[in-house]
Design a protein around this ligand. Sequence first.
Ligand SMILES: [Zn+2]
Length: 99
Amino acid sequence: MEHLMVRKLRGALAWCSAADDFQIGGKAREGWEKLCVPLLQSGSEKKPCCAIGCPKDAEFEIFYEGAVRPDDSISTDACSEHVGELLTDAPVHHIYLIQ
Ligand SMILES: [Zn+2]
């Protein structure tokens, strides 16, 4: 239920972005950039868990550092159940909570 409401509000916010006041030079531009843009970006991050066959939303993002190519960090997404399974033999893991 809450998800649907959030989705509706996000849609409304995105729709409002077309208003003149939100364009460059518009009165509401500053508020738009400070408040609305981060909100729109944060909610759009819903990704599925990368464990095979897992239907849950990811709660963590794991970055593997130095795994395959040292100059390249590779990331994957995991739910709380699979976050341990998705660790590899990479020398460094960075795990972030997805907000
Ligand atoms: Zn999972």
